[in-house]
Design a protein around this ligand. Sequence first.
Ligand code: NAP
Length: 485
Amino acid sequence: MSDVRSRLEAVFALNSGFIGGEWTAGGSGRTIEVLDPASGERIGATPAMDARDVDRAVGVAHEAFREWRRTSAKERSVLLRRWRDLLEEHVETLARILTLEQGKPLQEARNETLQSMAYIEFFAEECRRLYGETIPANTRDRRLLVQREPLGVVGVISPWNFPSAMIGRKAGAALAAGCTVVAKPAAETPLSALALAILAEEAGIPAGVFNVVTGSGGELGAAFTANPLVTKISFTGSTPVGKRLARESADTLKHLSLELGGSAPFIVFDDADLELAVRGAMASKFRNAGQTCVATNRIFVQRGIADAFATRFAEEVRALRVGSGVEDGVQIGPLINESAAAQVSEMVSRAREQGAEVVVGDDPRTGAFVQPTVVTGVTDEMDLVNHEIFGPIAPISVFDTDDEVIERANATPYGLSSYFYTNDYRRIVRVSESLQYGMVGVNESLTTTEVAPFGGIKDSGYGREGSHYGLEEYTQLKFICIGGL
Ligand code: NAP
């Protein structure tokens, strides 16, 4: 077994964060257990670090920034490529760590690891094209230059639903731009971030450039927002925590990228390709057991195709296999914990009380496992469609006209992702321009890629990740006016 692989496999017993190139337990002496959501059993632990540990990590990241910002784009690119190659080489081990701490089926964990790798690869390439500009001068004796400079120390705060990809897409961009990073993964799923730190160290990324602190966000958040050396926070998580970070960051005027919650509409028009729409709805609704911010939250089907869609969709949902993510052939793993499952199952009971019909998944919950469920006869007033469901529950409602469905689809505080299916080119233009969302999938429901901008509007936050826009978010413009020529 390679040394790297054995280091990765030992992540369960590591019980350390990674600060300034050292594996450390931090100062509080307390730990947080990491549980396998499928069995509820303890699989490891991480230190419950405190504010002093965050300050120490920010301090070393600030020191490391002095040198890292001076490296050439090519030097950073080479190191990031090495990091990326290690992810590819160890994809199986990383996927297993991810499934054990998060619950998603192994195949999805592999895909997420490869997605994380793709982000690092893309930013390793893209940083070499982070061009500035020469502006034609307003006088003969001047030259006007604009260049992009790295922001400094970035706090990366990530959620439990994508423990690897959210680190890859944020830290990949930040490091490529010349920033240094202090990452705080979700307390439930810290092991994938620590595994990435092991690989960053193996890749030769210098000490202090990529750091991981572990612990509770509630306890550590203020240490990030109050520290003036943190110039940016890149956060993915819930809308209330995002708003809180924005408020707390006001005094130190931090740059912020906030990728928050969503309530994606999935619209099927009469003229849609039915099979394509059913496949799209399955993929968008049930990936990661519905625990994605871009998951379909509300399905609207036009009256003429409504019965046919509901019948075909229900057939597919009935065939889904639920079980522990490490078992072969499983498509739906557990939710992150029992309390999340209880909340989702409660949403279904409430929808039934409010008059909806449960057509698949009548016995929704065992432990953290929730049966894939289809609910029809849903109206816009029901609680189910006024929350981010974050579970494998598909609520279907019927609509008649384009104007009606656009109004209903937009009637949410969120504005992250949206999808619609039609074969009418005029509708494609009209509806995609009318949907108030940061992302629109037309006859496509898995739109996320490292080469395109990901992000939302309204209560889904601001800032973009992925693509050259995502790289620019870690830079600031400097204008240099050379006179006296
Ligand atoms: P969350 O409770 O907001 O937690 C996200 C992260 O923030 C975790 O690391 C958490 O740490 C930390 N945190 C909690 N309270 C904090 C505070 N006061 N200050 C600083 N950090 C704090 O969200 P979640 O339940 O993990 O994730 C689910 C949410 O994320 C959903 O709303 C989902 O839609 C959203 N999401 C959005 C995107 C997107 O790109 N738009 C992608 C994925 C998920 P602890 O774990 O220690 O509490």
